[in-house]
Design a protein around this ligand. Structure first.
Ligand SMILES: Cc1ncc(COP(=O)(O)O)c(C=O)c1O
Length: 392
């Protein structure tokens, strides 16, 4: 790495665990390692820890009247919501999703399609926003379920959840929301949201990988995907990873305190805005998604996404830029981690109306709470160096 300091700017992919999270997990591993289903004292200690953490999470996320089901993460929560919901729906029912979903939702929707459902995609505009008015006609029969990505991982767009949820409520259609990118960056008051199920994962907010939750409105019918020991109220079998649960809840508590002490706003926002301002001064960089200087409430507060072009305006391959920036000490992403294994246009950017070359020129910078002003000069300078180097 030469003399460059390392800068991790890929927090929408994952985050390093916070020290407080690690400490809480370690305590749990020492004290509550038993099987929560065991009837002896070791089991009871683990069961008590698990239920204490469940109640703590429900309180932190305003889920007093709902249920918390622990899962292995966002992907599983989404599958449980999309495949377990409406267990009695007839074949031919319709699932409505947006045109900018995470691959986990696309995969679950495809499984529902193979089981006889129809899947409709709600279009988005150039900023990645859905128009709730276009949802209205899609709520007629045979629609049985709607699922919306609240915070888009690649372009940072926050969908108008209140408007979408109100329409679903009016039509009596259950709504699942993928809040994986949102939790930790916005206060969540589940009971006040017009949604029936909400997916989250710990590793996007300095918690451990491999643990997430599905929040469920009381009365929502759900069939389990995994059967066995009957854990999680019969909705998700498997011995509960009490230490991971503890890490998840500690991470949510940490972010909750951070948001509370800043009036409910993510304190990284001003740094993100200044960094964006600096980056957009470069003629080769163009913002994708919502401009937070115009609509701050419609973009994830820690998120910047760009298209990169050469001096002639031709899109440059995002993946090559990611490699070059890493050589300068910066860890960034060319899009969502899950689809960046191969060079292909981003389905998200295509859905937003970009052409195929543009849809390969995405660059994502996502910040964590530890970032400071040093980035403001260092990152734009590194991007300048990369774009000015031969071959670019
Ligand atoms: C919006 C969104 N949904 C779902 C997921 C999947 O979460 P997990 O990695 O915990 O399975 C991710 C993570 O990449 C995401 O960004």
């Amino acid at each position: 790495m030469g003399h460059h300091p390392l800068h991790y700017l890929d927090c929408s992919a994952t985050t390093p665990m916070a020290a407080e999270v690690q400490a809480a997990m370690q305590r749990c591993q020492q004290e509550a390692w038993g099987n929560p289903s065991s009837l002896h004292g070791f089991g009871l200690v683990a069961a008590e820890q698990l239920e204490r953490q469940r109640q703590r999470l429900a309180a932190l996320l305003g889920c007093a009247s709902g249920r918390v089901v622990f899962t292995s993460g966002g992907t599983e929560s989404i599958h449980l919501a999309l495949l377990g919901s409406c267990p009695d729906a007839r074949s031919g029912s319709r699932l409505v999703i947006t045109g900018v979903e995470h691959p986990a939702t696309l995969a679950a929707a495809e499984l529902r399609r193979r089981s006889g459902w129809q899947v409709a995609h709600l279009p988005v505009d150039r900023r990645g926003l859905v128009d709730p008015e276009r949802l209205r006609p899609l709520l007629a029969p045979p629609t049985a379920l709607v699922s919306v990505i609240w915070g888009q991982s690649e372009v940072g767009t926050l969908q108008p959840l209140q408007a979408i949820g109100s329409l679903c409520r009016e039509a009596g259609i259950p709504l699942h929301v993928d809040a994986v990118q949102v939790v930790g960056h916005k206060p969540i008051d589940f009971d006040a949201l017009p949604v029936d199920a909400l997916s989250l994962t710990a590793h996007k907010l300095q918690g451990p990988r491999g643990i997430g939750a599905l929040l469920l409105r009381d009365g929502v019918a759900l069939a389990p995907l995994l059967g066995g020991g009957g854990q999680e109220g019969g909705l998700r079998a498997g011995t509960e990873p009490v230490d991971l649960v503890t890490g998840l809840v500690e991470a949510v508590a940490l972010s909750h305190r951070r948001l509370e002490s800043h009036g409910g706003r993510d304190p990284i926002t001003p740094l993100r805005d200044r960094l964006l301002q600096r980056l957009l001064a470069h003629p080769g960089l163009q913002l994708t998604g919502v401009d937070p200087r115009e609509q701050p409430a419609a973009r994830l507060p820690h998120h910047i996404s760009l298209l990169v072009r050469d001096p002639l305006g031709q899109p440059l391959p995002g993946r090559a830029l990611v490699h070059q920036l890493w050589r300068q000490g910066f860890a960034v992403s060319s899009g969502s981690a899950c689809s960046s294994g191969e060079q292909r246009p981003s389905p998200t950017l295509l859905a937003m109306g970009y052409d195929s070359a543009e849809a390969q020129a995405g660059l994502r910078i996502s910040l964590g709470p530890w970032h400071g002003d040093a980035l403001l000069d260092q990152l734009p300078e590194a991007i300048d160096r990369v774009l000015a180097s031969p071959g670019f």
